[in-house]
Design a protein around this ligand. Structure first.
Ligand SMILES: [Zn+2]
Length: 486
């Protein structure tokens, strides 16, 4: 009887939250707002011929002469050396005119969270602005991002997700393994209004006090056949001094993931976190460290390891967009973010702090520590690139300030601004994630026959001007073809 009390409490809490949302939907214009669709699904035919298109080889940076590409049932059937004569008929085949355009691999965002944020900053976030995850997914497609790697499960109950029209392929994870009270809990408490923070926190993680005693809970995550990787949190910097897993627990978690044939994707904050995680066998570091910067010896050690880093250069960009106003929003961000989010970023610093007081992310932390974090990330990305360490483009969209899809496009621009060659940056969002994530069911990241047709048709060669990557006319993914409404 007594043991059931917390369960009853939890059920009533969830019911109350759902009821609140349903109520909000009927009274609040923001929630009920009708959204124009972003993309249109075209062609129900099993075959699609993209005609007279130049194909970009992201490995060599070479562009082919105009030719044809045949896609059948979502697989690239043929990349022809010369245009197919129009006398050749293919049954049930739709034609996409690719004249003047460039066909290239679609983009991957290697770190994102669905159902957390449409970009809205914490000072205006409210329980009355629930995230429309169907819209998030459609935004990724609009931006040419057809594969996304989850950093956590989505906390949204299905009833609130919206009606799904288009979605990227989602590389799934399960509950995150973290220390009791460790990241992301302080951040969730700072950014998500009560009582949603309690609900979200509960859905997101297993909080370990004693790994050996709680090993079964980690095994339960790994036994879920639908998950691709185990996400482990090993960081105490958000805010400084928050609880962190001990090194032995990290090693046990990585080893356990590997024993189930799953890679260990580790969230890190500092250089020491990185070195511990890499020595423990971590496969992917979900961030470039932001607390401090690498030494040259450390970079050499990382280059010898198989470690892969997700760039996530914008995890603090909500502070610079909102407080310092030291960068402009891109056209794509403006297009894909809700109007109230755009308005929230025009608030002045003084206005913002009237509405945002958090014991978890105090003003001094945001004003003094975070700007240093932003500089450290850029320095570390440069060091890793120069040292020959593998980088994949990813955003951590789901943290405030990042707009699904548009954020990955911005990430690529930002990497180029750090003097990484455009071709290298394009590979970090196409062929490199393709190599890491392809399996016998799904191979992608290059335009070659036999691969899944995860492709975008862009207006012109993005190697010459990367902003062209934002001008997409067709998106091919999971056997479907989408055209943008522009
Ligand atoms: Zn994340």
């Amino acid at each position: 009887m007594f043991a059931r009390a917390p369960l009853v409490l939890l059920i009533s809490l969830v019911a109350a939250i759902v009821a609140l949302f349903v109520l909000a939907e009927s009274v609040c214009p923001h929630v009920a707002q009708h959204l124009e669709p972003l993309v249109l699904k075209i062609s129900t035919q099993p075959a699609v011929m993209v005609r007279h298109v130049r194909v970009l080889d992201v490995n060599s940076g070479q562009l082919s002469l105009p030719s044809d590409v045949l896609i059948e049932n979502g697989i690239i059937e043929a990349v022809y050396a010369e245009p197919v004569p129009s006398s050749v008929q293919i049954e049930d085949c739709a034609i996409v005119d690719g004249a003047g355009g460039v066909l290239m691999p679609a983009l991957t965002d290697f770190h994102m969270h669905i159902g957390f944020s449409d970009g809205e900053p914490p000072w205006t976030a409210s329980i009355f602005h629930p995230v429309n995850s169907a819209r998030e997914k459609e935004s990724y497609i609009y931006a040419g991002v057809t594969t996304v790697v989850e950093g956590s499960v989505s906390p949204l109950p299905g009833i609130l997700s919206g009606r799904e029209t288009a979605s990227p392929y989602i590389v799934r994870t399960g509950k995150q393994v973290t220390a009791r009270g460790g990241h992301p809990h302080p951040m969730i408490d700072a950014l998500i209004p009560w009582p949603m923070n309690k609900y979200v926190g509960g859905k997101l993680t297993v909080q370990l006090e004693d790994f050996v005693a709680q090993e079964e809970t980690v095994r339960a995550i790994l036994k879920d056949g639908s998950i691709h990787h185990l996400k482990i949190i090993y960081d105490n910097a958000i805010p400084t001094g928050s609880p962190k897993l001990d090194l032995d627990s990290l090693k046990l978690a990585v080893g356990l993931a590997h024993s189930y044939g799953k890679p260990a994707y580790v969230h890190v904050g500092s250089v020491k976190d990185v070195m511990d995680a890499v020595r423990a066998g971590a496969d992917v570091l979900m961030h470039v460290p932001f607390v401090d910067t690498f030494s040259h010896e450390q970079i050499k050690e990382l280059a010898k390891s198989r470690a892969v880093f997700v760039t996530t250069s914008q995890i603090w960009s909500w502070t610079s967009l909102g407080f310092d106003k030291n960068r402009e929003l891109t056209d794509l961000e403006k297009k894909l973010m809700p109007e109230r989010t755009y308005e929230a970023f025009t608030d002045s610093w003084a206005e913002v702090f009237k509405n945002f007081r958090s014991p978890y992310l105090p003003k001094e932390y945001l004003r003094e520590t975070v700007p240093l974090f932003i500089r450290n990330i850029d320095t570390n990305i440069r060091l890793l690139y120069e040292g020959g360490v593998t980088l994949v483009a990813g955003t951590d969209t789901g943290v405030p300030g990042l707009v699904p899809g548009a954020s990955l496009q911005y990430e690529l621009r930002h990497l180029i601004s750090l003097d990484i060659p455009v071709a290298e940056v394009l590979r970090s969002a196409t062929v490199t994630p393709g190599k890491l994530l392809s399996d016998s069911d799904r191979a992608f990241g290059e335009v070659k026959s036999g691969n899944n047709a995860e492709l975008i048709l862009v207006r012109d060669n993005p190697l010459e001007d990367v902003s062209r990557l934002e001008s997409i006319s067709y998106i091919f993914t999971q056997g479907r073809v989408y055209q943008r409404f522009d």
